[in-house]
Design a protein around this ligand. Structure first.
Ligand SMILES: [Ca+2]
Ligand SMILES: [Ca+2]
Length: 755
């Protein structure tokens, strides 16, 4: 954003300070300051400028001339209004006066518009064909439900919030939303699913239940579809959450059918080979986690016995509130029961665990305090227990029979990997069928597609996995979901088949193999290429590489759709990758929206967000700031871990809407262009001869329609000779001027011609 606006806001604050108590002749409680007091526009100036108003009272702004236009021209308390002007052909300067009134105070702002700043000779003025309102592009938006839009004020994004902002997404030209996982979960990001058949109660408005969430979700589906916006759910096939009842039962009950939903065994180093799905992978000790099942009982009673501790295999870690901890070991009674006698004088936290297994923590089933004299059943991984006592207590432990098992959790101990049995017959596997049945539910409800998480690690773990098995499994999954989709007959997509995009996070040469199993994958190399091209100011080979990504994929399967993106929720944001350079961020958006494949815009990129993962993943998952005042921002969705230096008024949707050359308006313009021209929306990309060391240029062709796209990725101006006609410019980013066959592009400037 414009530094000028930031300056005005600071000045307004200063004015507000200065006006305190200084209000000669007026109501002592009312003061009024406006800033700036002089606005100058060029003859053909389309800019929207802002005037800040500092007052405690209601205020109104009016203007003396009809060629000046005000927006949001009244308010109560501190605020701002915008000023724009009509084009002006006159030879000398003209002026108008804006008057702001608050109570009995008034202030004026002079608006000037003058000749003397005529456009550069040959400057290209884009004249795109009118957008007919039909969104024909395939532009998707990666949306984080928890941090996009909060509609009920609890600080966490929700389905109604998304529904309320569909106009925003529609104006951005979006035709599909990839929603972050929507299922019940134990984390904020929700990649640990606790119930694939239900939706997260936090995303409901009103009654916070899964049932209400489902109702809100159905409303969202209907409203999105009415605007031609498809909904893709994020499906996590590699693992469930540790709190999923499937996993809890799998661990606690050896005869449960859910035991086979996971990789559970007593000795993984030798037994991992017995799992057919892990064929072709090697044992990775760090990816197997220990879990102890059992239900010891703890009883605390007052005693006068002597203080006693032992050296048995069970122990208690005790810590006094606000003080240090101490470990007390139990005495073994020899009959499978244990005890210790301790002195207490205040509130103590208690943690019970077997000595040989520090991973196994037993605590209260629900957060609580053991009641003196009452047997207390403990659970694995239970909540903290607190006991307040004065005097001497006997702590007895009974029912300590436990079993220690190992399960595969390649990402984390709270994400146990799912087991689909023998991949060659996975469609008959109970776990596969259960997951597929859950997907059927959502597809039948109207969901248009799926994004599949971490597909490389499904057959295997992080360090050792089997690409071929993964592709086979995905093929079975895709076919199963597609059959449901076709039977449901609710297609909103561009093809009669379901759209499914996989996160196969690897280089292009590995990633392309995954098209054997699924009709789309994210091309991670693309974002890196755009980043490097802009940072190195070197466009060599870019257009040919991007065109080749698409043809490589269609060679694997004719219905392939290449999904391009700049960055996602697991990466440093693209804005940070180009060192917050606004010109490069805008041009990256224009590049993404003017090439082949299916573009995904990541929530916040359209506003110029930046952020790095090193402070925590939350900093690349920042909520949308909807208003300049900062009241509408789902910060609690990311546990309030936000960068307030970035989340300033200028980066808000409110400030950028209608502001020419704002990041948002650039995205809107180029997205509208993509929706206007079939050649951009779904055309074929081929390298244009004007390509050069700093010039990325290509043709987009569909039927008889052909466009020439030219981006100067250098920060300096560049002149090139164009052999095609430059008679019909349809988009300009930055500055572009033509004279004969010579095209002059400013730094990080782009132009598109209709041929
Ligand atoms: Ca909410
Ligand atoms: Ca796995």
């Amino acid at each position: 954003m414009d530094m000028k606006q930031l300056k005005y806001i600071l000045l307004a604050l200063v004015l507000l300070w200065n006006c305190e108590g200084k209000n000669p002749g007026g109501d002592a409680s009312v003061s009024l300051g406006v800033n700036p007091v002089d606005l100058a526009f060029g003859s053909q100036d389309h800019a929207v400028k802002y005037v800040n108003v500092a007052t405690q009272a209601s205020w109104t702004a009016t203007v003396s001339e009809s060629w000046v236009h005000l927006k949001n021209a009244s308010g109560a308390g501190n605020g701002a209004f915008s000023v724009s002007v009509d084009a002006f052909e006159g030879a000398s300067e003209r002026s108008a006066v804006v008057t702001v009134k608050a109570a009995d105070q008034s202030a004026t702002v002079k608006v000037r518009q003058g000749a003397g700043d005529a456009p550069v000779a040959g400057a290209l003025v884009p004249q795109p064909a009118a957008f007919d309102g039909t969104k024909r592009s395939n532009t998707a938006y990666q949306l984080l439900i928890y941090s996009f839009a909060d509609s009920d004020g609890d600080g966490v994004g929700d389905f109604k919030g998304i529904q309320n902002k569909l106009d925003y997404l529609d104006a951005l030209g979006i035709t599909a939303l990839w929603l972050s996982p929507a299922h019940p979960t134990s984390s904020y990001h929700a990649y640990d699913v606790n119930d694939y058949y239900a939706l997260n109660p936090l995303y409901a408005v009103g009654e916070k239940t899964s049932a209400k969430a489902e109702q809100d979700f159905q409303d969202l589906l209907a409203a999105a579809h009415a605007k031609g916006i498809a909904i893709y759910m994020d499906y996590v096939l590699n693992h469930s959450g540790k709190d999923n009842p499937w996993f809890k039962e799998a661990v606690s009950n050896p005869s449960s059918k859910y035991r086979d939903y996971y990789f559970i065994c007593s000795n993984p180093s030798s037994e991992y080979k017995n799992f057919p799905m892990l064929k072709g992978t090697s044992y990775q000790s760090g990816e197997w986690k220990r879990v102890t099942s059992g239900a010891p009982v703890l009883t605390i009673t007052k005693t006068e016995d002597p203080v006693k501790s032992g050296s048995a295999e069970w122990n208690i870690w005790m810590w006094k509130e606000g003080g240090n901890g101490a470990m007390v070991q139990f005495v073994n009674n020899g009959d499978g029961t244990y005890y210790a006698v301790v002195e207490m004088n205040g509130k103590y936290g208690l943690l019970i665990r077997p000595k040989d297994n520090w991973d196994a923590k037993f605590g209260a089933g629900q957060a609580g305090n053991p009641v003196e004299g009452t047997p207390y059943q403990l659970t694995t991984g239970g909540d903290d227990m607190w006991f307040t006592g004065n005097g001497r207590y006997k702590i007895e432990l009974t029912n300590v029979s436990t079993q220690t098992l190992y399960y595969m959790g390649c990402f984390s101990d709270w994400m146990p990997d799912l087991n689909y049995g023998d991949v060659s017959t996975a469609e008959n596997n109970a776990c596969f069928q259960d997951l597929a049945a859950s997907a059927d539910k959502w597809i039948n409800m109207g969901v248009d597609g799926l994004r599949l998480d971490a597909v490389k690690h499904i057959c295997g773990g992080i360090n050792s996995y089997n690409n071929t098995s993964n592709q086979t499994l995905l093929d079975k999954w895709y076919n199963r979901c597609n059959a449901t989709y076709k039977a449901a007959g609710k297609s909103l997509g561009q093809t009669p088949d379901i759209f499914m995009v996989a996160e196969a996070w690897d280089g292009h040469n590995i990633e392309k193999g995954y098209y054997k199993g699924i009709n789309s994958c994210f091309e991670f190399d693309y974002g890196y290429k755009v980043r490097d091209m802009l940072n190195n100011q070197n466009a060599s080979g870019f257009a040919s590489a991007v065109a080749a990504y698409v043809t490589d994929h269609t060679a694997v399967r004719p219905d392939a759709i290449t999904s391009f993106f700049l960055s996602n929720h697991d990466q440093d944001r693209f804005g940070s990758n180009v060192n917050k350079n606004a010109a490069r961020m805008k041009q990256a958006g224009a590049i993404l929206l003017s090439g082949g494949g299916k573009p995904f815009i990541y929530q916040g990129e359209e506003l110029g967000y930046y952020g790095k993962k090193d402070g925590g993943d939350e900093y690349v998952r920042t909520p949308i700031l909807w208003d300049k005042a900062g009241q509408q921002c789902a910060k609690k969705g990311v546990n309030n871990k936000v960068d307030n230096a970035m989340l300033k008024a200028e980066i808000s949707v409110e400030a950028q809407s209608g502001t020419e050359d704002s990041m948002l308006e650039v995205y809107r313009t180029w997205s509208r262009l993509r929706n206007t021209y079939p050649a951009l929306a779904t055309g074929t990309m081929s390298v244009a001869p004007v390509s050069g060391s700093t010039i990325a240029a290509w043709y987009m062709t569909a039927g008889s329609q052909k466009l020439l796209v030219i981006h100067n990725v250098a920060s300096a101006q560049k002149k090139v000779t164009v052999s095609d006609s430059m008679a019909q410019p349809v988009a300009v980013l930055g500055t572009a001027a033509a004279a004969g066959t010579e095209l002059t592009l400013g730094g990080n400037s782009s132009v598109v011609f209709a041929l």
